[in-house]
Ligand binder design. Structure first.
Ligand code: AMP
Ligand code: ZN
Length: 474
């Protein structure tokens, strides 16, 4: 069963059979968030699909240990080591200390993950917890001749490698363009592709967090944290490393360079990358100012699980363009699907073991085919149409939900019971009623009708009465 899992590996640019180093066990690492702002729903697309990967591996029988870092120092505005530290930028923006910002946005990140049914990794480690490990690894790289001091900073010397661009096809020319876009080029580097392991004499004199090191007081570069934190918890060999596609270069490329130079052998066998969520203006990014968050979706009346379903409807290796219209469609599908499953009689007949096993095998097969989540949903829909007992369907829905994590068997009952999700819905409906009132006052009847229709799509009926507007569930 286990060996059937096939996944696209960025390292080999092929869909491959997944074979972990140790039979039955998976060492998995995820690049965690940079906690200077809320995660946007693009970041969360990556974490939803990585969660799907982890749960699929567990579902098919692997014992997974998953580690994630929290970037609370060293990630500069440009991934190529230029610009200001993002954490410092966040602290200045909110007139708080870096650690206050880190705590606030780490908590916010895990609250979003909770709303999206994303499991917390087995180990979560903030970069600032591991400074001595970073220093130790940098010392090792210096001893082996892979790092040098220049202008007070410590750099990784990429010219010492047999091959640097193992993950991508970047030519040096492309990197030059990338560097030119930034205002300052770092003249201390011996080679364009070299990157900072430890900053001391950087241009950021106001860096809030600094530590003593053999090279002077300073702070670590961004890439070293993921190499060190993964080795600390997973050892010298890793099976699968995850991130969004923007991490391929330079972050993951640099991680491989320094880890393999340090260890003297191959480090990680499979690289899993999630393509971006884009909005109409292009890639969603935190630095763009306004961006979509889970809280914003909630304030508009969306159940965060609808966003999870929306992500699962598309393959992780395709860019996804976000629109509220598409999210509304996912919302309608979520309502219908969970109502259908919630209306099954759990005790309706006996579970038919042969049918259960056959459908489970179909579900596993599509997930094992490079994590085909949209096909997994199709299997769920087809299963619900099959002529078999309610008890079998209910048991299968519960089983599939170990991976899909949409609360398939409970969401409908929750809605009926009027829990927190409904309170949000109520707030949303009241807000829309006010908006409709204002539209009518401005004689914008088309808009008023549009609002009524949108509410109807969500299953809310408006009634204009002498006492004012009343609403009820359809
Ligand atoms: P950050 O907090 O910026 O370090 O990013 C956290 C994760 O989100 C990383 O794995 C990124 O590769 C990923 N990411 C960033 N932008 C997007 C996007 N628009 N769509 C999907 N994933 C993204
Ligand atoms: Zn990382």
């Amino acid at each position: 069963m286990e060996n059937r899992f096939r996944i696209y590996n960025t390292l080999t640019r092929k869909v491959e059979q997944f074979i972990p180093n140790e039979e039955g066990k998976v060492a998995m690492y995820t690049c965690g968030p940079t906690v200077y702002h809320f995660a946007h729903i693009g970041n969360l697309r990556s974490y939803i699909m990585e969660d799907l990967l982890e749960k699929t591996l567990r579902y098919i029988g692997y014992d997974v240990k998953r580690v994630m870092n929290i970037t609370d120092v060293g990630h500069l505005s440009s991934d190529a080591d230029t610009g200001e530290d993002k954490m410092l930028k966040g602290a200045k923006r909110e007139h708080k200390s870096v650690m206050e910002i880190a705590k606030f946005y780490t908590d916010a990140f895990f609250a979003d993950c909770g709303d999206l049914n994303i499991k917390t990794p087995d180990v979560v480690e903030p970069a600032t917890n591991c400074i001595s490990a970073f220093i130790h690894m940098i010392e090792g790289l210096m001893e082996k001749g892979f790092a040098y001091e220049s202008g007070g900073n410590i750099y990784f010397d990429t010219s010492k490698l047999k091959e640097y661009y193992v993950l991508s096809n970047h030519s040096e020319e492309e990197l030059l363009v990338g560097v030119r876009e930034d205002v300052d080029e770092d003249e201390n580097k011996r080679n364009k592709t070299d990157f900072v392991l430890w900053f001391t004499k950087s241009k950021f004199e106001d860096q809030e967090l600094k530590w003593d090191s053999p090279w002077g007081t300073g702070y670590p570069g961004w890439h070293i944290e993921c190499s060190c934190i993964s080795m600390k918890h997973l050892g010298e060999y890793m099976d699968i490393h995850c991130g969004g596609v923007d991490n391929i270069f330079p972050h993951h490329t640099n991680e491989i360079a320094q880890s393999e130079a340090y260890l003297g052998h191959k480090w990680c066998n499979y690289w899993f990358h999630v393509h971006h969520l884009n909005d109409k203006a292009g890639k969603m990014s935190k630095s763009k100012g306004e961006f979509l968050t889970v809280s914003l979706l909630k304030s508009k009346g969306y159940d965060p699980r609808v966003y999870r379903l929306y992500c699962l409807q598309s393959h992780y290796r395709k860019p996804l363009e976000f629109s509220f219209e598409a999210l509304d469609n996912a919302g309608a599908a979520f309502e219908k699907l969970t109502k259908r499953i919630g209306s099954l009689s759990k005790d309706g007949g006996a579970v038919e073991p042969e049918k259960f096993d056959a459908w489970k095998a179909r579900f596993q097969a599509v997930l094992c085919d490079d994590l085909n989540s949209s096909m997994a949903l199709t299997v769920l829909y087809d299963m619900l149409k099959e002529d078999m007992s309610d008890a079998t369907k209910y048991a299968l829905a519960e089983d599939f939900d170990r991976v899909l994590s949409l609360d398939l068997t409970t969401a409908y009952a929750q809605r009926q019971a009027g829990n927190g999700v409904d309170a949000e819905l109520e707030a949303y409906v009241l807000e829309r009623i006010e908006e409709r009132k204002a539209a009518k006052k401005a004689r914008d009847f088309a808009r008023a009708d549009e609002i009524r229709a949108q509410l109807l799509e969500k299953g809310i009926v408006l009634e204009d009465t002498r006492e004012g507007v009343k609403w009820k569930k359809a």
